[in-house]
Design a protein around this ligand. Structure first.
Ligand SMILES: Nc1ncnc2c1ncn2[C@@H]1O[C@H](COP(=O)(O)OP(=O)(O)OP(=O)(O)O)[C@@H](O)[C@H]1O
Ligand SMILES: [Mg+2]
Length: 254
């Protein structure tokens, strides 16, 4: 179990015709070993950008990220590390349409994990990974287009777990799913954390989702942290007007 500490992260993007804007402005966040932290904020507040920085996919203009003993973004900064894995916001798009589920998982086991198993042993490992996310062994033979959104999401979780990461970043893993599948995925993430001691950063725009899994929540607004606390505290007594607005954010249908 290793900690992840991000300090004073600033990221600017250039918008055509409108100059630079700060997608993240002096954001700090700590993920203690074995913890589950929720990152919430409305669309465009910078959640996915921060997730990408923590993964080492975006180099910030300022700030540091430490994962265990390792510091990202030093001049000799190595490739993104295996100890942090991400479940991307768009599960279906994150899978290669030409690869079966078996091929997708076997690739991670052989290429990233470097396992030299024979076909039968590999098949056993793939079955075990699928079982862990509540999918049957016959899912292995299917292509992503033959899976539902929730099944795709679970394949993505299985793929992340295949790497045996210490830290899992899940970017809106349930936003695209119906409520019953949402509950299954959230339960799965909670169990994995308890069984494996995984640390979890759960990105969501809904405090209820975060409250189901996390003991701590960080609220982002326009690239800044505006409030932190336990989900229960934020529900009961949101300090910041923006957090209050998020809690009341029920879509209005015209
Ligand atoms: N590569 C990029 N180039 C330019 N602007 C970007 C880039 N990536 C993100 N942005 C902008 O940065 C801001 C934050 O985007 P981000 O994807 O982090 O938001 P988010 O909180 O994840 O939103 P959502 O809930 O919709 O997923 C947005 O205004 C977005 O348009
Ligand atoms: Mg996002």
């Amino acid at each position: 179990m290793i900690p992840l500490v991000a300090e004073h992260i600033t990221v600017s993007f250039t918008r055509r015709g409108r100059g630079a804007f700060k997608a993240l402005d002096d954001v700090s966040l700590t993920l203690p070993p074995g913890s589950a932290v929720g990152l919430i904020g409305e669309s465009g507040s910078g959640k996915s950008t921060l997730a990408r920085v923590l993964l080492g996919l975006i180099r910030p203009d300022a700030g540091t990220v430490r994962i265990g003993e390792r510091t990202l973004f030093t001049p000799s900064y190595p490739r993104p590390a295996k100890e942090v894995q991400m479940i991307f916001q768009d599960a279906t798009g994150a899978l290669n349409p030409r690869q079966t589920v078996f091929a997708a998982l076997a690739e991670v086991l052989t290429v990233i994990r470097g396992l030299r198993d024979g076909r039968a042993a590999l098949a056993d490992r793939v079955t075990a990974l699928l079982e862990q996310v509540g999918l049957s062994a016959d899912t292995a033979a299917r292509y992503p287009r033959e899976l539902s959104g929730g099944q795709c999401q679970r394949v993505c979780i299985a793929r992340a777990l295949a790497v045996e990461p210490a830290i899992l970043i899940a970017d809106e893993p349930v936003s695209a799913l119906d409520v019953s599948v949402q509950a299954r995925i959230l339960r799965l993430l909670r169990d994995l954390r308890e069984q494996r001691g995984l640390s979890l950063l759960l990105v969501a725009h809904d405090l209820a989702v975060v409250g189901a899994v996390c003991e701590h929540a960080v609220v982002l607004q326009q690239g800044r942290v505006v409030e932190t606390g336990t989900p229960a505290e934020l529900f009961r007594n949101p300090q910041h007007p923006y957090t209050r607005r998020l809690l009341n954010a029920v879509p209005v249908l015209e």
